[in-house]
Design a protein around this ligand. Structure first.
Ligand code: FES
Length: 162
């Protein structure tokens, strides 16, 4: 089975590619659009994007697998990325993982039974000065504490239930 975006989205991609000197330079934006469309970037989507950009699928896969923001597998509706690199660990990241395990009943790499949350621990979120850092969806939270984490999750649950 092959995947394909709508004609409208493919037109947007053609316009987007026109803004770059080379097709391959649009890969970040095209992968982002593909992820928005398909939820994650599995092998079929990588093949599709490779075709759109005239790139080898191995090149597309290397980009997808390098960056945390590209999802290779399905995740829950809200992805929690918790940094467990040095700065964040020294500032309490382990306690946040334990807190999430108690609150949501999941550990790193797991998804809640209701598919609401997936927890990943990641190498660095690029905001080390704000350690410990957590991203929920596309929002970054710095100087995170268990209490702030509860507030952030409550806010997400309210919009998720809406
Ligand atoms: S070490 Fe945690 S954000 Fe960089």
């Amino acid at each position: 089975m092959s995947v394909r975006m709508s004609d409208e989205d493919e037109k947007k991609i053609t316009e987007l590619i026109g803004h770059y000197p080379q097709k391959r330079a649009a890969i970040g934006d095209v992968l982002y659009m593909a992820q928005q469309n398909f939820g994650h970037l599995g092998p079929e989507v990588e093949l599709y994007v490779a075709g759109l950009l005239d790139l080898p699928v191995t090149y597309v896969h290397q980009v997808v697998s390098f960056y945390n923001m590209y999802l290779q597998n399905p995740v829950g509706r809200n992805l929690i990325m918790l940094c467990d690199n040095v700065s964040c660990t020294l500032c309490g990241a382990s306690g946040l993982v334990e807190h999430l395990a108690k609150k949501l009943g999941i550990g790193p790499g797991e998804t809640t039974k209701d598919d609401k949350f997936t927890l990943w621990t990641v190498e660095c979120l690029g905001a080390c000065e704000l350690a410990p850092c957590v991203m929920i969806g596309e929002k970054l939270y710095g100087r995170m504490t268990p209490e702030k984490l509860d507030e952030a999750l409550d806010a997400v649950e309210q919009t998720d239930d809406a």
